[in-house]
Design a protein around this ligand. Structure first.
Ligand code: ADP
Ligand code: MG
Length: 683
């Protein structure tokens, strides 16, 4: 019955059904899952003289005058009430019917707010009889997300009626008894009823805990099932971890790998040689040296007869990886053949690359989204690497790996994310972390300055350029338009010309430039033909010019902390001392606070955790509007302890023998759930 359309509910006509649909409520079940967004407490009434007129008040008072109808079309009902100390006005909109129900001389409970225009007028309060209200004192009133046509009281009533169309089987318990005991979980059926009709704070807490637990548990269990399934798949794709080849490629590098890098490479090679399909996330802060880890793995795959591919989110990055990988591989006696595929290449060029890839004449290809088209085929794809994974979606991860059989997948990301989110986004992956940066790196020196200190900043940049180093200046972000952004950059670079010596070469980089121009500028910057690059955030991720030692970020408060950290990561990529200058142009507290955090720490994980606190859930990671992290009642940012509980519960179910029947029942439920929700949740 729970899947019945809402239209079957008594009192729901076509109109109401239509309104409900706006809230994505189509069935009885949807209605029951329309959980309250918050609760109001039924508080004990207070004297008028004691209330705070800016807040919702509860007043017990007597009506002193029959209700009159006033205003245009006589649609406003008005009267006066008194608690025998004060006398105040009350009005209701569109409520002429009250004339028949509220009587002069009778006492009622009024719950509402005072008008902002007149502090002596209670505006559109809800009215209760004293008996009715007294029964409710101490309990809670659910507050729902609404849409035009349905007010909160109507929603409450609808949900109450919806329960009449269910029976206990609809919320059948699926958790094994042992799990419920271990984590003190309330009965599911009771929890769902109680969440809409809470009788006390503690019962509400328990119900919310149970439902949030369910959200997390089913998701995590589902992820586990997926992962187990993957691990059971035997792969023919076996990459050798032959020391000879490893030594060979390492010997071409101008540096020694860090222990961290070596460990991660070993983890990956163990995976890829083990006969199961690898799915691994490589996490490492900006500048920790992820690219070379990817290159070595690709080389090992090629040595085992496979082709490999690296996908990156921008053309600038594709060119950079192509260049650096070509250089490194070029030092080998028998170098693999490497190709590039990006959107700005001509059709003819594309076709030529496709052909070579399919014929197996290219061993490693670096590219952008252009790799995802159907025409891209491989002879024998063995390894897919996605760099800056947070810029892509999971589906794109699979589109590429679908171009081969049992393809190993590595995804790399510098965006440090809190543990909960990492498990949610990458829960089906194994995780390796590059813990440390290459030796000899000096911590970046940070300065947060105000506009008054710009001149000083320019002088500092001049000093660095005098030493033969290079600089970035990032111009303010303009959300609305790339055109305005481009103008900004150009104007800014003109304005600063006379701040620097004549032979200081300044150029601009922005999204409106042709790809060829961008490439040209980047390669001249890499070749030190440009001293200062005035740029938009097009250089935000991945760009690697070790000789750049200073980055100045204008209007820094406009950027999120994660972006600022990524931008700062453009410097500090060599043994040279590097500097980050953040220009604060707002005096707001939040601006100050945000920049204080970035100015005082170079630690990406710390910054991400602070960002979470400051900016709140969704905005971070650009997931705000996507609704993809919609867990119903559970809040991935604030319900950490419930999340951990659910995670432990999944481990418990897996390790303990809960009996074949229980376990089958559970898997069935979870699989159903995954069918419904996983697609939505997997980014
Ligand atoms: P990210 O992890 O941000 O992608 P990159 O792979 O771009 O970092 O590496 C940053 C810089 O550090 C590059 O110039 C790279 O050549 C250099 N690098 C990488 N590993 C080492 C190492 N072990 N020792 C010294 N420099 C290294
Ligand atoms: Mg990188």
């Amino acid at each position: 019955m729970i899947d019945l359309s809402v239209k079957n509910i008594k009192g729901v006509g076509a109109k109401t059904a239509e309104y409900l649909e706006k809230l994505d409520i189509k069935t009885v079940k949807d209605l029951l899952k329309h959980y309250p967004i918050r609760y109001l407490e039924y508080k004990a009434p207070t004297k008028i003289s004691e209330v705070n007129k800016d807040e919702e008040v509860v007043i017990k008072a007597t009506i002193t005058k029959n209700i009159s109808l006033t205003g245009p079309n006589r649609k406003i009902a008005a009267t006066k009430i008194t608690d025998y100390i004060d006398l105040i006005d009350v009005i209701w909109y569109n409520s002429s019917y009250l004339r028949a129900t509220l009587k002069q001389g009778e006492s009622y409970i009024f719950v509402g707010k005072f008008s902002r225009r007149s502090k002596n007028t209670l505006e559109h309060p809800t009215v209760y009889t004293i008996d009715e209200y007294e029964k409710k004192i101490g309990s809670f009133k659910p507050v729902y997300a609404l849409t035009a046509g349905i007010n909160n009281n109507a929603m409450e009533k609808l949900i109450k009626s919806a329960f009449e169309y269910t029976d206990d089987k609809d919320f059948e318990e699926y958790l094994p008894e042992s799990i419920r005991k271990e984590f003190s979980l309330k009965d599911r059926n009771k929890a769902i009823r109680n969440i809409h009709d809470p009788i006390s704070k503690s019962s509400l807490f328990e119900s919310k805990k149970r439902l949030a637990f369910d959200d997390f548990f089913r998701f995590l269990y589902g992820m586990k099932l997926l992962k187990n399934k993957r691990l059971r798949v035997k792969s023919k794709n076996i990459v050798s971890k032959e020391i000879k080849y490893l030594e060979e490629i390492k010997s071409t590098l101008p540096f020694k790998l860090t222990d961290s890098q070596n460990n991660v490479i070993e983890e990956i090679l163990n995976d890829m040689s083990s006969g199961v399909v690898t799915n691994r996330l490589i996490q490492g802060d900006v500048g920790s040296g992820k690219t070379v880890v990817a290159l070595i793995c690709l080389y090992m795959a090629v040595k085992s007869g496979f082709q490999g591919v690296v996908m990156v989110p921008t053309e600038v990055l594709a060119k950079q990886h192509f260049k650096s990988m070509s250089e490194t591989l070029g030092k080998l006696k028998n170098p693999p053949k490497i190709g590039i595929l990006t959107g700005s290449m001509t059709k003819k060029e594309h076709l030529a690359v496709y052909e070579k890839m399919e014929a197996g004449e290219i061993d490693i290809v670096v590219g952008t989204h252009a790799l995802l088209v159907e025409d891209v085929k491989f002879k024998n794809l063995g390894l897919v690497v996605t760099d800056e994974q947070h810029r892509f979606g999971v589906r794109q991860r699979t589109t590429l790996s679908d171009k081969g059989e049992d393809v190993h997948v590595l995804v790399m990301s510098a965006t440090p994310i809190p543990r909960t989110l990492a498990i949610i986004l990458y829960g089906d992956l194994d995780i390796s972390t590059i813990e440390t940066k290459p030796v000899g790196r000096l911590p970046i020196k940070n300065a947060v300055i105000t506009e008054n200190d710009r001149e000083k900043a320019y002088r500092h940049i001049s000093l660095e350029i005098g030493k033969g180093h290079q600089a970035y200046i990032i111009c303010p972000m303009v959300e609305e338009s790339e055109n305005i952004e481009a103008e900004n950059v150009i104007e800014y670079s003109k304005k600063i010309e006379d701040k620097f010596s004549q032979n200081c070469k300044i150029e601009v980089l922005h999204g409106r430039l042709q790809q060829k121009e961008k490439d040209d500028i980047m390669s001249r910057y890499i070749n030190k033909e440009i001293d200062i690059l005035v740029s938009t955030t097009v250089i935000e991720v991945g760009v690697d010019v070790p000789n750049a030692t200073v980055i100045m970020i204008e209007n820094a408060e406009r950027f999120g902390l994660a972006t600022l950290h990524q931008l700062r990561g453009r410097v500090g990529r060599s043994e040279l001392q590097s500097y980050a200058i953040f220009v604060r142009t707002s005096n707001s507290n939040i601006a100050k606070k945000r920049l204080e955090i970035i100015g005082n720490s170079n630690d990406g994980f710390y910054i991400a955790s602070r960002d979470l606190v400051l900016r709140g859930p969704g905005e971070l990671f650009g997931l705000a509007q996507s609704g993809e992290l919609d867990f119903g009642i559970a809040d991935i940012y604030n319900d950490n302890d419930i999340f951990e509980m659910a995670k432990n519960a999944v481990d418990m179910v897996q390790s303990e023998n809960i009996g074949e029947e229980e376990s089958k029942k559970l898997e069935e439920r979870i699989n159903n759930y995954m069918d419904l929700h996983y697609k939505k949740l997997a980014l």
